[in-house]
Design a protein around this ligand. Structure first.
Ligand SMILES: [Zn+2]
Length: 259
């Protein structure tokens, strides 16, 4: 392994164990593309490009790649244009990283208007890819891209299995960092959103009701699948009970204001 890569990763583990632990799950792999990328198994990097970065930018690049995984960009692209998806994903990531105090490689895409938005929502706001852009991967922001997971076959079943395994790893990394007092409130909130999206919102996303009340960027979209009848039953029951309680409360307030 390149010694500068090793040094940057060690620094990430020491300073920010949440990112460092998750970075260790990726196999460092040299490649010839201009920058770097992650796919859920490999952390690709162009050695010449990597060596030209400052030490803090190298650490920022590694954290950037980990965030692509935390937000599960490698399983959520579906049929979207890979180049445009990478740009949207970078906008979704970089505000979080700057808030965490990371230094990004020069040219990293940052725009406050996309703060707390899902990658899918940012993607829809971006202009259509101009002619000449093909559907192939390209690191739009220049500070590290994301590729589809190599085991991904386009089905929701495979994506769910990859996401479930990753969610466990994210939670473990968060717990370890928290125990060391090195998990920020922002990242803690992000991890909580992932836990919620994995349970409660999975059913909602299956139903294409894509309103995420916590504005979390981690809502997986499963447009080609539908919830099982038992899931749907419990979801309807849950909403019914909520509405019933709301009705009772309104009645109480009415009674109080009349008396
Ligand atoms: Zn990126």
């Amino acid at each position: 392994m390149n010694p500068l890569f090793q040094k940057a990763r060690s620094r990430l583990i020491l300073d920010n164990p949440f990112f460092g632990t998750l970075c260790l799950r990726q196999k460092p792999t040299e490649w010839d593309e201009p920058t770097g990328a992650v796919d859920g198994k490999h952390l690709f990097y162009n050695v010449k490009w990597f060596e030209k970065l400052t030490e803090m930018e190298r650490v920022g690049f590694l954290a950037h790649e980990v965030m692509h995984l935390v937000l599960m960009h490698h399983t959520r692209r579906q049929e979207r244009n890979a180049h445009k998806w990478n740009i949207a994903a970078d906008y979704a990531i970089n505000n979080h990283l700057i808030a965490e105090g990371f230094i990004l490689p020069k040219g990293g895409l940052v725009d406050d208007q996309y703060e707390n938005m899902t990658t899918e929502a940012i993607y829809n706001m971006l202009p259509e890819p101009p002619q000449g852009w093909d559907a192939a991967y390209k690191d739009g922001g220049g500070c590290g891209g994301v590729l589809d997971h190599p085991d991904s076959d386009g089905t929701s079943g495979t994506a769910s299995a990859i996401e479930s395994e990753l969610t466990v790893a994210i939670n473990q990394a968060a717990e370890a960092a928290k125990a060391q007092g090195k998990l920020s409130a922002n990242m803690q909130s992000l991890v909580t959103d992932i836990k919620l999206s994995d349970s409660t919102f999975h059913c909602l996303s299956n139903l294409k009701l894509l309103t995420n009340p916590i504005a979390g960027p981690t809502l997986p979209i499963r447009k080609e699948t539908y919830p099982s009848s038992s899931k749907l039953y419990f979801f309807i029951l849950y909403r019914f009970i909520n509405l019933h309680i709301l009705g009772l409360l309104c009645k109480q307030v009415n009674n109080l204001s009349l008396s």
